[in-house]
Design a protein. Structure first.
Length: 77
């Protein structure tokens, strides 16, 4: 449960961008593999996460990439 005027902050790898970065040698293959296979139960793109959180009536106030494949999102209700 979120307090009034509370925020949700999410920072995670974007699976689609990560695969692009690996394909174009922007990041080391072994580094990419360690991110992909580090006991993750689910993998999502940034746009998928935004849609999921917005479906709960939260407004996305910050949506940006902090590096080649990792996104930062901030939501407010």
């Amino acid at each position: 449960k979120l307090k009034d005027n509370g925020k949700i902050i999410i920072q995670a790898p974007d699976i689609k961008q990560l695969l692009v970065a690996i394909s174009f040698n922007t990041i080391d293959f072994n580094h990419g593999r360690s991110i992909l296979y580090s006991n993750r139960l689910r993998m999502h793109t940034m746009s998928e996460i935004v849609k999921i959180i917005q479906s709960y009536k939260y407004d996305c106030i910050i949506k940006t990439y902090i590096n080649t494949f990792e996104y930062f999102l901030e939501f407010k209700k």
